[in-house]
Design a binder for this molecule. Sequence first.
Ligand code: B12
Length: 492
Amino acid sequence: MNILLVYPEFPDTFWSFKHALKFIRKRASMPPLGLLTVAAMLPVEWRKRLVDANVTKLADADLAWADYVFVSAMTVQRESARQIIARCKAAGLPVVAGGPLFMGEYEQFPTVDHFVLNEAELTLPPFLADLERGCAQRVYATTEFADIQQTPTLLWELADMRHYASMGIQFSRGCPYNCDFCNVTALFGHRPRTKTSQQIITELDGLYRLGWRGSVFFVDDNLIGNKKCLKTELLPALIAWRKGKSGMSFHTEVSINLADDEELLQLMAEAGFDQVFIGIETPDEDSLAECSKSQNKNRDLVANVKRIQRAGLQVQAGFIVGFDNDQPSIFQRQIDFIQQCGIATAMVGLLQAPPGTKLYERLKREGRLVEEMSGDNVDGTTNIIPAMNLDTLREGYKRIMNHIYAPGPYYERVKTFLREYKAPQVTYPLNFEYILAFFRSVLRLGIIGQERFHYWQLVVWTLFRRPNLFPLAIELSIYGHHFRKVCELHVV
Ligand code: B12
């Protein structure tokens, strides 16, 4: 049996990093872990091939080779997924689909032969058993959550690593919190389920053996969901694993209460983490209460962010405007807050209600849902009728984005961050790609770009004030370029 695993193309979005990846000659941020995991669960004797449409074109020869096509996608990949499915069907191939897009709206894909929904650890085995008996059904779903200690090691060898900026690893699934707009608990549950440290070490060893030295994204919904397990098992194992190795810094997603735990901060930095994404959402206490984000309430968020930065972890964060409680003053407050924190990568979105969330249910009852979600929460669209006038909200949103990514405030923010940031423990040997990226940045940002004045100012400032953070300053300059391009596309 020949199985073609296909990952549809991402549009040009905030998280696609398309305009930044060009500087380091990469085509995508990360390989599709879902498909690589599914591939590892298929019978060993089946032949498997991965086509990630973000790095290579789906060729007719691939379709001619395949007996079955397995597609995975997020909502934001909807259009590309539709086109790929149509091509496969035109070629007479049976299509099996799974992943977040199909979990939310599989009824919208009438030509797909089989949906293997939720976690494949639970739904793939019955599908495969039925397939073998010749009685495969159309939908396989479950309300249970998988034991990920049984999840096999990903088939990394299917991915052409040269084209990716980072690799991914998953230690846990699920999050203990209750933010009403977030669908993670609906998808993966409240109780964080963890793999064993040994599974993670085996995965890291596999990557290292394949020659990977770049960054690794721990794609957990909230890595610190189970602090005890992290402190006593995973982090000590990572610290021991790291000895004598070079490169491979880690980044991940956490909740803001990381700032409360100095020991955890130190352990994470020592284990090689140098960046965390945090859902900060808003500096407004009433809006935090409205969305049940209790873990962010009653704290000095700016001080918390700085504490994390000082421990050697860059903070990237998500922000939301459009809560019922939001007043028009929220736009300037968000700008001031983001600037003060020195959060260069600030993902600001309009409040959206994903199906399966408490917010979705509430707004449905109130008759305030309007259209299907675009799946990209940084494109200035929303599927809800906000309490604030929609035009005021959109205008305010544009004001935030156009301000924080304009060269002046953006570069100022980078400096605020670099002033605070403790240089990370993992360092990288000088690498040709990065030297080339620097020269490209000189050309694109320092000579052609509208930001040239700010770029050179940062270069000089960093060389004098934080010389060991120079590569990071260049990286963030390149990110700024990407964010401005995306703003031009979606926000203007
Ligand atoms: C890593 C990640 C990313 C990476 C993606 C890199 C890549 N190439 O995959 C980056 C950082 C780029 C990213 C960006 C975005 N992401 Co994201 N991301 C994740 C995250 C944290 C982990 C995904 C992952 O790798 N999991 C590990 C693998 C093993 O699990 P899995 O993919 O779920 O696969 C399992 C099952 O779903 C199933 N399965 C999956 N596919 C298939 C296919 C078949 C055929 C079968 C049988 C089974 C199957 O089996 C697998 C094993 O159990 C998830 C949260 C989460 N916990 O899933 C969000 C998540 C997928 N992202 C999400 C979103 C919304 C986005 C963004 C739009 C913005 C944002 N808010 O983050 C952008 C869009 C990307 C873009 N370029 O525009 C949503 C998707 C919701 C949806 N309905 O689409 C999620 C679920 C988070 C959330 N709750 O909001 N993301």
